[in-house]
Design a binder for this molecule. Sequence first.
Ligand code: 5GP
Length: 194
Amino acid sequence: MKLLEERIRRDGVVKEGNILKVDSFLNHQMDIDLFNAMGEEFHRLFADRPVNKILTIEASGIGIAVITAQHFHVPVVFAKKAQSVNLDGEMYTTKIESFTHKRTYDVIVSKKFLSKDDHVLVIDDFLANGCAVNGLIDLIRFAGASVEGVGIAVEKGFQTGGKLIREKGIRVESLAIIDSMDAGTGEIVFREQG
Ligand code: 5GP
C-alpha cells in the first residue's frame, strides 16, 4: 500500500536491533485517516472471506483493528496480556514472547467471545518473528473457530514470521513488507507487491 510505504519512509525511524519506530503515526500518536485507509484496504483484500470477528492483541493492535472493523461491521476482540493466568476454565490461554520487550506474556481471551462458529480475521500492527500472530492463531484454534486470514500493517520480511504463518496455509496480507532496513543509513527497502 503506497500510502503506508510513503509514510514509513517519511516518518519511520530505523533503530538498532531491527526495530522500526513508527510512534508518530501508528504506535503512539495514531493517524486516523491513515488507519481508515488501511482498514478499507484490509476489507478489500479479505472481501471474499466470511469474516464475522476481528481478533488482535493489546495494546498496539487495537487501534487498527477497531477502524478495520468499521469496514467489516463486525466486533473486535483483543487478547489481553495477563500477569498470571487464573485457570478457572473460562479463558483460552497461550504464551507469547514479545519481540520488542524480550519477555514472555500469558495472553487470554474469554471463552464467551470466541467460539466454533466464529470466522476470524487476525489484525496486528507488525509481523516480525510471528510470535504474536501465532499465539492469536492458537487461541482461535482452541476455540474451534476458523482463521480466515491475517492482516498486518508492517511485515518485516527479513524476519521469519510471515514465512512460518504462510507455510501453515494461512493467508497473510501485509500492507507494507520491508525487505531490508539499515539503522546506520536509515534506508528502507520495500518488497514490490502486485
Ligand atoms: P512478533 O511476535 O511477530 O515477533 O512481533 C510482533 C509484535 O512485536 C507486534 O505486535 C509489535 O507490537 C512488535 N514489533 C515487532 N517488531 C517491531 C518493530 O520493528 N517496530 C515496532 N514498533 N513494533 C514491533
